[in-house]
Design a protein around this ligand. Structure first.
Ligand code: SF4
Length: 281
């Protein structure tokens, strides 16, 4: 039976993108190919918040006890090696049992599954079919992979997803949060149009850019042009930076205005005003 290293598994409302407001199970896998230490920092500077917490990791026995950060990746504990022991390796059976415990009627109804990270397409593609073919997962109709858009689908996984989505009323979405320079990641590592175009062969894909400044928007425009040139057809969302309310509230209105002015979609981060972006929300 397949196993997946799980950073978090919780039930909440999807706060971002196409399924905003939909009751959702979030399966957060461990591991990412990026660090995104530039978020919320002056351009060119990198956050040390995750590293600072890593130095005192012995003070925390549970994932939920870890401090929230206002700069860098707000999911730092889902990839930083210092926190790996807080993320158990679970079998498909154990994951499904936990899902059945946390959804309202102990079976899939209108809930949607969000497979997120970290980067959920990094190492776990081979493990998902076992999980999704479990008897108790048959009622699931909608899955979103929240990805940074840098990981190619394996041929086996692509075939599997096409088969899964081919059954009646099922839909797969790739919410691609492509990382702009404000993340601290290099353009050539982060902007991979051919890979994202491939996701469109399997399901609905859209791009979601995290924006804080006019410069970020200028970068987003360059990235959008590159994706369109490669043949990407999906929608584009702008989303304000801000894993904590003080940062989010500084620029959500500006980003909404930018989206409107440019005929793009705006994505909120409902988990920030609703739940203060606490772990498990
Ligand atoms: S890609 Fe996502 S999970 Fe990975 S470091 Fe960046 S923000 Fe965090």
């Amino acid at each position: 039976m397949s196993k997946i290293k799980i950073a978090e598994l919780f039930y909440s409302i999807q706060g971002e993108g196409r399924y905003m407001g939909v009751p959702s199970v979030f399966l957060r896998t461990f591991g990412c190919n990026f660090k995104c230490s530039g978020f919320g920092m002056p351009r060119g500077e990198l956050s040390t918040e995750a590293e600072d917490i890593a130095e005192v990791v012995h003070m925390f026995s549970k994932y939920e006890e870890l401090p929230l950060v206002s700069t860098g990746c707000d999911s730092y504990a889902s990839w930083h090696p210092s926190f790996k022991d807080l993320s158990p390796m679970l079998t498909s059976d154990a994951i499904v049992d936990r899902i059945m415990e946390i959804i309202p009627f102990n079976e899939w109804r209108d809930e949607h599954l969000v497979i997120t990270g970290g980067e959920p397409l990094l190492g776990w593609q081979r493990a998902y079919p076992d999980l999704l073919e479990h008897d108790k997962m048959k009622g699931l109709k909608e899955i979103t992979f929240e990805t940074n858009g840098t990981q190619k689908l394996t041929e086996e996984f692509k075939s599997y997803l096409n088969m899964w989505a081919g059954r009646t009323d099922r839909e797969i979405t790739f919410s691609v949060s492509a990382k702009l320079p404000c993340s601290g990641e290099k353009w050539e590592d982060a902007i991979k149009p051919e890979i994202v175009c491939e996701y469109e062969e399997v399901g609905t894909a859209y791009l979601k850019f995290v924006i804080a400044t006019e410069q970020d928007f200028a970068d987003a425009e360059c990235a959008i042009a590159a994706y369109r040139k490669a043949g990407f057809k999906g929608h584009v969302y702008l989303m304000p930076v801000g894993g904590v309310e003080s940062v989010y509230a500084l620029n959500n209105r500006n980003v909404a205005d930018l989206a409107m002015k440019n005929g793009l979609r705006y994505s909120d981060r409902l988990q920030v005003p609703l739940f203060k972006n606490e772990w498990g929300t």
